[in-house]
Design a protein around this ligand. Sequence first.
Ligand SMILES: [Zn+2]
Length: 501
Amino acid sequence: MRIAIGGIEHETNTYATESMGTTSLDAFSQLRGEEMLAQRGMRTFVGGFIDGCDRDGHEIVPTLWAMAGPSGIIEADTYRTLKDDLLARLADEGPFDAVALSMHGAGVVEGIDDLEGDLSAAIRAVIGETPLVVPLDLHGNITPAMAEHIDVMLGVHEYPHIDCFERGVESIELLASIAAGEISPVTHVTQVPILLPTSTTDEEPAGRMRDLCLAAEAQPDVIDAAFFHGFPYTDVPATGTSLVVTTNGDRSAAKAVADSLATELWDSRETFVSESLLPDVAMEVALRAFESDGGPVVINDTADNPGGGTPGDGTHLLRAMLDAQIADSCFGFIFDPTVAALAHEAGVGTMIETELGGRHGGLHGEPVEVTAYVKTLTDGRFVYESPMLAGVPASFGQCARLVIGGDEKGKGGVDVIVTSRRSQTFDRVIFALHGIDVTTRSLIGLKGSQHFRAGFSDLATSIVTADSPGLTTLNVSVFDHARAAQPLWPIEAVQHWEPPV
Ligand SMILES: [Zn+2]
């Protein structure tokens, strides 16, 4: 078979637009044509597409894959440029036997609330009846418009998203079955009006919903059953959770299975509310855990998770760690290119005095005044090893390991890694790059909500989550969802819901 692969991916935090601006073309990494094949072997959707094609001897036609890290609303011109490029490639290089596209599900463009619905409609107009399968992120706000134009939407089952590669491979397998006439997929989307705080599938209750979906998939003629957590940090009509079920030709069965799973979710919604600990309280809990069970204890800054579109230079947790000055603790990392450049200018073995972080308004904390020893300088390049992103290269620009609160020789104090690019922390490799063996540490502070678990669960004695004001706080009720199509629990005390007939 001749299979086109490509995609446009973005998780849009509409609330981030005010403090961090819109998302422009230069924020997107763009791989065109053969460049996309560099994803071969990587644990991404596209890596899975390529592997699935290689396994079964399909001809790959790479088109355009564009992806930006989570951030504010996408500029209209940026989206138009990328969309036109993708459509032109699909038109020029067709016809195909099948098309596999990598999307997120929570993309928002100036003037377009549903990027994926808009894009899939436009693609359908170009490719006609050609089978189209799209794997989506578990945080997609899924719409019926998407289901109308896409033959199968595969949801990532795991959070951390360790199964993107597998969903990519599965996309190719399903396309082969559709093209051969073996299956005729039909999909039902049941949207559930819940604003879900970040919920890992490593634990209950999200793990239980994942298991129920997998059990549903084991039923004959159920092709896919996925629980989309939705992305609570965006204000569009479709924001919320959804259950998406695809069956082999049986529309009423797809609705029945989706509705049954949706009712399970609704009935268990209270169990998704998690405890929110302010950073200094979380530090106390982490310290007690360290004293009783040893280290390393991971303490994650969930409210400033750049993986959800935040600035990545928030200081609430960092300040608590610096105040506590726990021996052998480390923090990785904070985004501050100004301080990274200052450290590179000063050189290893020098002391610098500066303000660190807090450069995007006060919500995520004010800048911290520090006197720091410059311990290590790097170019921020490494390759991820986490099961979620193994093989994917990272490039954080000028980076520095500072020691804050120690003496002028860098003894004592807290190790803090400063980078020139914004990201959540996925695994230990960035620490190792800066000479830090995290397995020997007491406390490891990091920015992220759940994905870090894939890289740290096996080495942490325990994990403590710090919450605070921030664009990805667990306290989702602070965001006004003025544009929501229906009242969202728990912002509104919705008592009763049942699947629409
Ligand atoms: Zn996600």
